[in-house]
Design a protein around this ligand. Structure first.
Ligand code: SAH
Length: 395
């Protein structure tokens, strides 16, 4: 087995079972290693630290498959890792009310660079790093054996692949072509997912529990659902008795699918308003025209992809949250989210506090929201936590 040897002071994070080896930690590596090749990672004295997948073009030069020297990385390795991830979901996301969830959450499920989502009988994969790319056939075979899917589809059309020297790929991996829209059930509500062209693998599964939280505040309320995508928060709110929901998104196709989702659940279309607009601009227009709401959901896309973007991201969060606070009627609630992993919960809370202050509103945090159980964070991999939310009630 080829080995990477680390500098003597660069083995601490691996000893704490963090699964990444950065290029700067490597003192020696043999020539000619190929993309995704399995290598052993050794300390300066030659002691075994981990077995990992080599990524020649990424700063994260290797991602750990196992810390156990006796564990081989072969077809059966992927069967056993995938089986244990699936087994965990059977308990964490009980079938019946919900048939869509994340089956494999990459590093946090011991499979760095591999994301697998279930939408009913359709399973969608993302191979985000050289390791899973190298083992794609074994991974697809293991999923086919264990996941009970009729289709396995690939959505590896993501930018991070470029850092790995991999090109974008999408298409059928196994089974039948999935339908144009895959119907899923989330907490008993029906939603249509476009696995070919939708965002990520088609849908924001990570907000499932938070949509349920939103439902608890929605009865009788006029709701602004900003960054609505396909209206999953709108469906949850209306099903819970919201008086009206206004969806806002820049994507007209997402808004159209939102209408379809309202109809799928037999919910009243006349209680839904769709506005194709930039949220930043629209909130200003609403402020100027003194429009108000009882409840506002702010679920923006990731504003900070790197540390360099953090200041700009912080200003973006401050801006939309300040405007949202201004639009809320007394007693109203704001459900505000950030999916930027670099934004800590502490900093996010501070930004929201500043926004309320500058809006001249007194507000309390009444609930803290995060990722659902099918998006776990391995304790050794804190980077796995990215989604945070606050429910704030204004006075
Ligand atoms: N709340 C959604 C997920 C939102 S994802 C759900 O539960 O499924 C973020 C959405 O914001 C995307 O649909 C994207 O099209 C939209 N978006 C991004 N920038 C925007 C902007 N400036 N104004 C309005 N919508 C925007």
């Amino acid at each position: 087995m080829a080995s990477l040897t680390l500098f003597s002071d660069k083995d601490r994070s691996l000893r704490r079972r963090h699964p990444w080896v950065f290029s700067g930690a490597i003192a020696r590596e043999p020539p000619g290693l190929s993309s995704g090749q399995t290598v052993d990672v050794r300390d300066a004295d030659g002691g075994f630290l981990a077995r990992a997948a080599y990524s020649p073009s990424s700063q994260i030069r290797a991602r750990v498959w196992t810390f156990d020297e006796r564990e081989a990385v072969d077809e059966s390795f992927f069967v056993s890792r995938i089986e244990s991830a699936l087994e965990a979901r059977r308990v964490l996301v009980p079938a019946g009310q919900t048939n869509a969830c994340r089956l494999v959450n990459a590093e946090s499920d011991g499979l760095p660079g591999l994301v697998v989502d279930r939408y009913g009988d359709v399973v969608v994969c993302q191979f985000l790093a050289a390791g899973p790319e190298r083992w794609r056939d074994a991974i697809v075979a293991a999923l086919w054996r264990t996941a009970g899917a009729t289709s396995i589809y690939e959505r590896s059309d993501v930018e991070v692949r470029l850092k790995e020297g991999l090109i974008s790929r999408t298409g059928l991996l196994a089974g039948a072509e999935p339908p144009q829209l895959v119907d899923i059930v989330e907490h008993g509500l029906r939603l249509a997912v476009d696995v070919r062209a939708g965002h990520k693998t088609g849908f924001y599964l990570d907000q499932r529990a938070n949509r349920r939280a939103a439902a608890r505040y929605a009865e009788g309320r006029e709701v602004l659902n900003a960054f609505s995508y396909t209206g999953a928060f709108a469906v949850a709110a209306l099903a819970a008795g919201a008086a009206k929901v206004t969806n806002v998104d820049t994507s007209s196709s997402a808004l159209e699918l939102g209408d379809h989702n309202i109809a799928l659940n037999g919910l009243p279309a006349d209680r839904v308003e769709n506005i194709e607009a930039d949220v930043f601009a629209l909130l200003r227009r609403f402020r100027d025209s003194r429009r108000s709401f009882d409840m506002i959901v702010l679920d923006p896309p990731k504003f900070a992809g790197s540390r360099l973007q953090m200041d700009k991201a912080a200003r973006g969060y401050k801006d939309i949250n300040l405007l949202a606070f201004k639009l809320l009627r007394p007693g109203g609630v704001l459900l505000t989210f950030s999916c930027s992993g670099l934004m800590t919960p502490e900093l996010f809370q501070k930004i929201i506090a500043d926004a309320a202050l500058d809006a001249g509103r007194e507000a309390q945090i009444v609930e803290r929201l995060g990722q659902p159980a099918d998006h776990p964070t391995a304790l050794a991999f804190p980077e796995g936590t990215y989604l945070k939310g606050l429910v704030c009630r204004v006075g």
